[in-house]
Design a protein. Structure first.
Length: 296
């Protein structure tokens, strides 16, 4: 399955996208409760259990770090990457990009790509431009976007490089398998709540090929794009990243108060991403079996 190309300005005006932005905003801002409960495989004694979105920050954990500790790490990685890009120092850009991959613990399909473009003195421009395209700041035509992000294209957007692009941007999140799983569950529940029996194209996102794909558990005909389709996976990852960035930018823009206690767009998006990351650890199957919804 190949996701449709989107034009950023038209995308956020789509009826279902607008309605989902409203739906998601109410959840993120605590106006609606959610139900997410699981025991991490590596910590069977401490459950992740939240009733409201902001509770996810209190229970956040990655590589043994809390949310605030992780943000300190991200801030340091971000500064080094951005400084090296401003300086147009290809070696430092490469070193800092590799440091981000090491932090994110994702390397597959990334290292050779980074090294080759660094050797060709292209990495600085590629990271800078890819980041701008994926956060909606730089608009590309359908043909340009396809040529850049499709398999065999110059740019590469996957679960590793999304971390590099997101840290370079001030209005982008990391779109990985766990964030995708959370978005998949939320889109599903929006559709169920509104008695929509098909998955609108604009709300279709790339899901992991693993058990984090909600399509495997619902009785509804909501079939998300999957990484099992290797031919389209890179293009679909780029489209999905652009979509969720535009949606979350709209959510924070429509919120009058600080989102999750943060004032800047960059901090707000990082906090939202962190909670989505925690929610998407696994599909909330038990709740679905009881209610027909994954999180509501």
């Amino acid at each position: 399955m190949r996701l449709n190309y989107i034009e950023p300005h038209n995308f956020v005006e789509n009826f279902h996208v607008q309605a989902f932005i409203q739906f998601l905003g109410e959840i993120i801002n605590g106006k609606r409760a959610i139900n997410c409960h699981y025991f991490p495989k590596k910590d069977k004694k401490n459950a992740f259990s939240i009733k409201y979105f902001n509770h996810g920050l209190e229970q956040y954990s990655w590589a043994g770090q809390s949310f605030m500790e992780t943000q300190c790490t991200i801030t340091a990685l971000t500064k080094k990457l951005r400084d090296s890009i401003v300086a147009e120092n290809e070696l430092f850009v490469l070193q800092n990009a590799l440091s981000i991959l090491e932090w994110g613990q994702v390397y597959r399909g990334c290292i050779d790509w980074l090294v080759i473009h660094s050797q060709n003195n292209q990495l600085t421009n590629i990271i800078s431009e890819s980041s701008a395209v994926l956060d909606g700041s730089l608009i590309k035509s359908k043909d340009e976007f396809t040529e850049l992000f499709d398999r065999g294209g110059i740019y590469r957007c996957n679960s590793g490089t999304t971390k590099i692009f997101a840290l370079q941007s001030q209005k982008s999140i990391i779109y990985d398998g766990r964030v995708a799983c959370a978005i998949g569950m939320l889109v599903h529940d929006y559709l169920i709540e509104n008695a929509i029996n098909h998955l609108p194209a604009d709300l279709n996102f790339l899901m992991d090929a693993s058990q984090r794909n909600t399509s495997k558990y619902t009785s509804k005909p909501y079939q998300y794009a999957s990484k099992t389709d290797s031919e389209n996976a890179l293009f679909n990852q780029a489209i999905s990243s652009l979509k969720i960035n535009l949606i979350l930018q709209s959510v924070v823009k429509l919120t009058e108060d600080d989102v999750l206690g943060f004032a800047s767009t960059q901090e707000q998006l990082r906090a939202i991403e962190a909670v989505l990351f925690m929610i998407g650890y696994e599909v909330n199957k038990n709740h679905y079996e009881k209610t027909g919804k994954f999180l509501l």
